[in-house]
Ligand binder design. Structure first.
Ligand code: NAP
Length: 245
């Protein structure tokens, strides 16, 4: 989908929440959505990083974003209900939700899986995303068209040795996308997933420490698929597992 070209005003008047907005792909998506006219709600755990993205968006003259500092590891259902109420009060509805935040955890043999780490990865990558989506669905149904995008991975589509809990979580992500997409079929809400492919970020460097990052696409380069799924040109796309590269 690298060839998709978005109109400058593609996301005008849309409000889009991005998780993990402070770094990597989430940071690039937040800036790109704002550049195309969206008001972006920046959710993440490191406030300083969110503030930097906020400043970049405001300094570029794009619509003023909002910041939601939240660690999805410890967040409760009530946190998400309160967040949905605040968004409803401030914006009335929500047009887009990009589930981008994830944890990689340690890679290694199955016998080395650590229970605490397994539970954390499933909490951040799956449980938190499910409960956040549940809480936000009522205000997404108030939008004329709403788009939910989950972030998958190559190891969420075909299992690979040593990828452990991260890979299980990405298979669960694809399953969650399919279940919700089926429920939302023929409604104003559409649900899809993106596999970003190898992208130059901290997570990728952690997974492949010996790789030369210069050989990889940047997060900015893979944005066309993200824009396509958030814009109205994708209103008939539902239940699809797309590749950004
Ligand atoms: P990244 O640079 O590590 O960024 C991950 C983001 O998620 C960070 O902003 C991080 O916030 C946030 N995050 C992590 N744990 C969180 C928590 N408990 N609560 C709230 N936010 C949390 O990773 P990335 O490479 O951009 O990855 C983005 C997505 O693409 C992930 O879902 C990843 O699995 C997927 N992906 C990436 C690649 C790749 O090659 N890069 C390939 C396939 C799939 P802090 O910075 O504050 O920790």
């Amino acid at each position: 989908m690298l060839e998709y070209q978005a109109a400058k005003d593609l996301l005008n008047n849309k409000t889009i929440l991005v998780t993990g907005a402070g770094d990597g792909i989430g940071r690039a998506a937040s800036i790109e959505f704002a550049k195309h006219g969206a008001t972006v709600i920046l959710l993440g755990k490191t406030v300083k990083k969110l503030e930097n993205v906020y400043d970049e968006i405001v300094n570029a003259g794009y619509p003023k974003p909002a910041i939601v500092p939240l660690d999805m590891k410890g967040a409760t259902e009530q946190n998400y209900i309160d967040m949905a109420d605040t968004i409803a009060e401030q914006f009335g509805h929500l047009d887009g939700l990009l589930h981008n935040a994830s944890q990689l955890g340690a890679l290694g043999p199955f016998e080395h899986i650590d229970l605490t780490s397994l539970e954390t990865i499933l909490k951040v990558n799956v449980t938190a995303q499910a409960i956040m989506t549940k809480s936000l669905l009522p205000i997404m149904r108030k939008a004329e068209h709403a788009s939910i995008v989950f972030t998958s991975s190559g190891v969420g589509r075909k299992g690979r040795a040593y990828w452990g809990p991260y890979a299980f979580s990405k298979f669960a992500t694809e399953g969650m996308m399919q279940v919700l997409a089926d429920e939302c079929d023929n409604t104003s809400v559409r649900v899809n997933s993106i596999n970003p492919g190898a992208t130059r970020t901290e997570m990728r460097a952690k997974a492949y420490p010996a790789e030369d990052p210069q050989t990889l696409k940047t997060a900015e380069q893979i944005m066309p698929t993200y824009l396509f799924l958030m814009g109205n040109e994708s209103i008939d796309t539902n239940g699809q597992a797309l590749n950004a590269q």
